[in-house]
Design a protein around this ligand. Structure first.
Ligand SMILES: C[S@@+](CC[C@H](N)C(=O)[O-])C[C@H]1O[C@@H](n2cnc3c(N)ncnc32)[C@H](O)[C@@H]1O
Length: 248
């Protein structure tokens, strides 16, 4: 169970940074950043949101970004416990919503195993921010009654081996693939083999809420061809499914 910080002793706040625009932070997230003694932050949460931490707060990068050197998970867990045990207000700043594809489970386990109090501050997932910025609903009353978020990469960076292909090949859902740029060519092959029409609408949403933000509309087959062999540098989401309103 989460706890209230009583002002004494160490405390860990898992804080959702949203997609990167400080205006998309919750008031609670901004408050926890302002009062933090130490902020452990991911690469994707390192922009202007981090500037909201007070000048006295220690900032520690523990970034995890596909294809780049990153702090080991055990090291991040150990830092959380060490700083909270020292009586500090620790903010663990994660991009988007802290509970989505962010290894929250392992960190929670480390904190609870150490008997330390914590809270989770929810936030705007990058997928919701992307749909809003693209001017698009995530569900549609008649054509997309289901929404699914899936990761395109496991801990090794490869396509997870246990994907639910029939669910993912459902053209009447909106599907958002996180961390999927490197594997989408193979992923799309699996979708099409399981019955998803290759011309299903798709969208690549890159660097949402950042200066480099862009949206590219395409189809599943065309996007798969476009991403083949590309070493993407910027974070992106892949949307596919009933992304367009049906003809009236
Ligand atoms: C480790 S996951 C974290 C997801 C995050 N917890 C969320 O709720 O959005 C990182 C992946 O999320 C997506 N992502 C996060 N921030 C993004 C942004 N600003 N623009 C586009 N994609 C983003 C990308 O697919 C990226 O590879």
């Amino acid at each position: 169970m989460t706890a209230q910080h009583d002002g004494a002793g160490g405390f860990v706040s898992f804080v959702s940074a949203g997609p990167g625009d400080p205006e998309l932070l919750t008031i609670k997230a901004a408050d926890r950043l302002r009062r933090a003694d130490v902020v452990l932050y991911d690469d994707l949460a390192s922009g202007p949101v981090l500037d909201l931490a007070g000048p006295g707060a220690e900032r520690i990068a523990v970034g995890k970004r596909a294809g780049r050197p990153s702090a080991r998970q055990e090291h991040v867990n150990a830092l959380l416990v060490e700083h909270a045990r020292a009586g500090r207000r620790v903010v663990r700043l994660k991009s988007g919503d802290a509970g989505i594809f962010g290894r929250l489970e392992e960190e929670l386990h480390a904190v609870t195993a150490a008997g330390l109090p914590f809270e989770i501050v929810p936030g705007v997932p990058s997928a919701c921010a992307a749909a809003a910025a693209a001017g698009m609903p995530l569900t549609r009353r008649l054509t997309a009654r289901r929404l699914q978020f899936v990761t395109g990469a496991d801990v090794t960076g490869g396509l997870p081996g246990d994907l639910n292909w029939p669910a993912l090949a459902d053209a009447h859902a909106t599907t958002v693939v996180f961390m999927g740029q490197r594997t989408f060519t193979v992923f799309a092959r699996g979708l099409i083999a399981h019955g998803l029409p290759p011309e299903t609408p798709a969208m690549l949403a890159t660097a949402v809420a950042h200066a480099e933000q862009s949206f590219e509309r395409s189809t599943v087959a065309d996007l798969a061809a476009q991403l083949d062999g590309v070493k993407a540098e910027l974070p992106a989401l892949i949307f596919y499914g009933a992304l367009e309103a049906p003809e009236a």
